[in-house]
Design a protein around this ligand. Structure first.
Ligand code: HEC
Ligand code: HEC
Ligand code: HEC
Ligand code: HEC
Length: 501
């Protein structure tokens, strides 16, 4: 560890040249052991690993105000760009990919989404993914198995064990990927170490664990599995910075697919943990490599020169595995230019199936009469109607139009009233949407056709759960029931006004 750290530190102090190193303390036992078991040096190989995790069924760019990033289309563009550089590129997901949070309306919806996510992931070019117990869609364990989910330590209830690992090969480079699942209430670091060790059965260029497990399990595996290159994990507490350990580093990725953690690797062996370097060092390594590659007959001279640089640039020497990690936000720069094929076409297909599922649901008659829709309340509640007009809810559809997302069912569901609900709507034609646009009275009070304030139909209770169907953690991360509720015009005018008589 100290040796690795020092190598990195000296690498960072590039100006200090051949600075004397202080006396080194003895190697900690773990590393000493690791060093002695390191396999033979091998020719330098380069590769890129693009990591996502906790995508949680988010297929589109996030509508969120602060970080409008993400979505499978942009991910596909990023993978394509990385792959176009001629370096073998692997795309992997650490799990919690399939199932969306609270908004999933029902089983059909969840299954539809899980299938769409896997379809989109395949179209974007995902190579391997780890299963999480949170990924269990209707259809159960068999569904995970059929779609190649990996897990070395989790046997889904009522199902057979999943494949523990897979070897993916691109342009002659072999990446071994092991799945590691979170087992809430049954955290077993030692078991995880054994399971991962047992899964590393064949020779590859680099083994990585794809993990949605707890931090304790990740650390145990990173430090306790000889020959493991890195632990690539879903977001934990250290997602801002890769975490160095006494063994392999733990590299996390921000949740919901808004960012992709991209690892640029250069390998010099097949059995040592990856050492992390900063961007500056990485650039120097890449530059030096380039010079060597283009030196032709002068290679020997350049090689000797580089040899002298080797101490400063650990990635140049053989026998070491070096990586630089960057977190790439999937912003508008990755928007696809051709929306007619690949991921975009499949996304369009998914939107259509959401629409037909919503159409089937909204065709069912509402238990009591259905939606009266906004304008009809105005007749008797003109004051509430007027004050609601100043709420953000009243321009929810305008926000979508602003983003050109008014025909995207994925967005309309929360920026309107009664989408895909019995007695509601599903067709996104302007004239149909008009009556249901924005977050109207009945989005909170429930369908109220037939109500006239004379003892007939009355409001459904408005509770925190009512809000959370739309104010979920993805789209309203700062939601606080008390604070948000007090901002509602309805709450502010309550007690101050009576219905018009
Ligand atoms: C699960 C419900 C939900 C979905 C799905 C959803 N939104 Fe939203 N959206 C919200 C909520 C709730 C807010 C308010 C967040 C807050 O202020 O806490 C919001 C806020 C916004 C805002 C910010 C408005 C402003 O001016 O501050 C925009 C723009 C937006 N959404 C666009 C979209 C787009 C585009 C999509 C589809 C890709 C989408 N939303 C999908 C619930 C949703
Ligand atoms: C024909 C007139 C009329 C129309 C139209 C009407 N209301 Fe009312 N509403 C009343 C009256 C009168 C009361 C007061 C009853 C009371 O105080 O017991 C009332 C009470 C309410 C209440 C509180 C008591 C309850 O029933 O839960 C809510 C909420 C409400 N209305 C919502 C709506 C909404 C939403 C709409 C439009 C879909 C609407 N009203 C349309 C006349 C009307
Ligand atoms: C049908 C979905 C839906 C429901 C139900 C809903 N909201 Fe919203 N809410 C939204 C959307 C969408 C926005 C963003 C509108 C915009 O700016 O485009 C929003 C915005 C808000 C805002 C403004 C936030 C800001 O930053 O300006 C508040 C406050 C709010 N909601 C409170 C509530 C509360 C409290 C409840 C429950 C009583 C609730 N909402 C129920 C969809 C919903
Ligand atoms: C974002 C959710 C939301 C929307 C949209 C909304 N309301 Fe309300 N409304 C509430 C809440 C929460 C209360 C409870 C206020 C309280 O009890 O202090 C309430 C209270 C009321 C009451 C008084 C109920 C009572 O028992 O005193 C009436 C009437 C009412 N709303 C009508 C409307 C009408 C009409 C609209 C549309 C113009 C509307 N509301 C839109 C959440 C909403």
């Amino acid at each position: 560890m100290f040796a690795l750290l020092l190598a990195t530190i000296t690498a960072c102090n590039q100006d200090s040249g051949s600075r004397e190193l202080p006396e080194l303390p003895p190697l900690p036992p773990l590393l000493a052991e690791r060093a002695s078991t390191a396999g033979p040096e091998r020719p330098i190989r380069e590769l890129i690993v693009a990591l996502t995790g906790s995508v949680r069924g988010e297929v589109e760019v996030c509508g969120c105000p602060t970080t409008p990033y993400g979505g499978f289309e942009r991910r596909g563009v990023l993978y394509g760009q990385l792959r176009s550089h001629g370096v073998p590129t692997f795309a992997v997901d650490a799990g919690e990919m399939l199932v969306k949070g609270l908004t999933a309306r029902d089983e059909v919806d969840r299954r539809l989404r899980a299938e769409a996510v896997l379809d989109l992931a395949a179209a974007a070019g995902l190579d391997a993914w780890a299963a999480s117990p949170l990924d269990l869609p209707p259809g159960g364990p068999a569904f995970l198995q059929e779609h190649g989910a990996l897990s070395a330590n989790w046997v889904p209830e009522g199902g057979a064990p999943l494949a523990a690992a897979r070897v993916v090969e691109h342009e002659g480079v072999r990446l071994g990927v092991i799945g590691l699942s979170d087992l809430p209430g049954a955290d077993d670091p030692d078991g995880a170490v054994r399971a991962v060790t047992a899964a590393m059965t064949e020779p590859v260029d680099l083994w990585v664990a794809l993990s949605n497990a707890s931090e304790a399990v990740n650390r145990a595996v990173a430090e306790g599995v000889p020959g493991l290159g890195a632990v690539l994990a879903t977001q934990g507490e250290s997602h801002d910075e890769p975490l160095a350990t006494h063994g392999a580093p733990i590299i996390e990725v921000a949740a919901r697919g808004r960012y992709v953690s991209v690892l640029h690797l250069t390998l010099g062996t097949d059995s040592r943990p990856v050492e992390l370097v900063n961007r500056g060092v990485w650039k120097d390594v890449a530059l030096a490599r380039g010079r060597l590659a283009s030196a032709g007959e002068g290679a020997a001279v350049v090689g000797a020169e580089l040899e002298r640089d080797a101490a400063r640039l650990p990635g140049l020497t053989t026998g070491r595995n070096v990586a630089f990690v960057e977190s790439v936000p999937l912003d508008a720069g990755y928007a696809p230019t051709d929306r007619g094929s690949g991921v975009s076409a499949r996304l369009e297909g998914f939107r259509q199936s959401v629409l037909s599922s919503a159409a089937a649901a909204s065709a069912r008659p509402a238990p009591e009469g259905g939606y009266a829709t906004g304008s009809s309340c105005a007749g008797c509640h003109s004051d509430r109607m007027a004050s609601w007009g100043f709420d953000a809810h009243a321009h929810a559809m305008a926000s979508l139009i602003h983003r050109d997302a008014q025909t995207n069912p994925e967005c309309v569901a929360c920026h309107s009233t009664g989408f895909g609900r019995p007695g509601g709507f599903a067709e996104l034609k302007p004239e149909r949407v008009e009556a249901f646009r924005d977050v109207q009275c009945e989005a909170c009070h429930g369908p109220m056709a037939g109500h006239d304030g004379r003892g007939g139909k009355s409001s459904a209770p408005v509770t925190e759960a009512t809000c959370r169907t739309c104010h979920d953690e993805a789209n309203s991360p700062k939601f606080d029931y008390g604070a948000y509720r007090s901002q509602l015009s309805c709450v502010r005018v309550s007690g101050q006004s009576e219905p018009d008589r």
